[in-house]
Design a binder for this molecule. Structure first.
Ligand code: IMP
Ligand code: MG
Length: 216
């Protein structure tokens, strides 16, 4: 696009498209446009995400090619909504003859943090019996979600449960758990983008960004 644009044009600012007029630019009305820029500093760029997801796809494909009993296909289980982007990108990066795909939604009860207090686990049916399941989730923070999910799938008779997590915070998890495959270790900071949200916001950002905390 020619810059500055002539006449009315759509510009992409952060994640938003703005309809602007070249006269707005000449009058110096940049302020409101800049307000729509994504928040926080970029922690992991789109290129880094892409490269790491590709590596994980290769490693995971190799693992299942070697370890699946003949005739079995793995069941990849994406935890929504946070793992939405990661899950679909990972599935594209995986090279296996047949993969079954499913998603589920779990959420922690606000404020209560004892193990197992997760909504959504009871509703899981018996379709996991004997299956080789790969849980794909966005982030390991307290460890509660992942450990409760692994426990539940084993209770439901899964033959094997592996985990692939995009981000792990460098902190002591309340429930000790180690992902089988991990994208990136990060500091104990609140991050958004690439599926991760803050109260429903910033999920669609293309990069992982660190949100400023009020005391910064
Ligand atoms: P857990 O504390 O390990 O059970 O993680 C629970 C969920 O909290 C994750 O799956 C995310 O959806 C959410 N979460 C934890 N830390 C962050 C963060 O830094 N940004 C956005 N969501 C987060
Ligand atoms: Mg989650």
């Amino acid at each position: 696009m020619k810059w500055p644009p002539q006449g009315r044009s759509q510009v992409q600012l952060g994640n938003e498209e703005k309809d602007i007029d070249s006269s707005d630019l000449s009058k110096g009305r940049f302020g409101s446009l800049l307000l729509s820029m994504p928040p926080g500093r970029i922690l992991i760029s789109q290129a880094k995400l892409r490269a790491r997801v590709r590596e994980l796809g290769v490693t995971i494909s190799r693992h299942y090619r070697r370890h699946l009993p003949p005739g079995e296909k793995p069941l990849f289980l994406g935890v929504m909504n946070g793992a939405l982007f990661f899950f679909t990108d990972l599935l594209r990066a995986v090279d296996l003859d047949d993969v079954e795909i499913s998603t589920l939604r779990v959420s922690s009860y606000a404020g209560t943090q004892s193990a197992g207090t997760l909504r959504g686990l009871k509703a899981l049916g018996d379709s996991f019996n004997g299956r080789h399941v790969l849980i794909v989730d966005d982030i390991l923070d307290t460890g509660l979600t992942l450990s409760a999910l692994v426990t539940r799938l084993k209770e439901l008779g899964a033959a094997d449960v592996k985990t692939c997590i995009l981000l792990e915070k460098r902190r002591k998890h309340d429930v000790p758990i180690k992902p089988d495959w991990l994208g990136f270790k990060i500091e104990d900071e609140f991050v958004v983008g690439y599926g991760l949200d803050l109260d429903g916001k910033y999920r669609a950002l293309k990069q992982i960004r660190v949100l400023k905390t009020p005391d910064q």
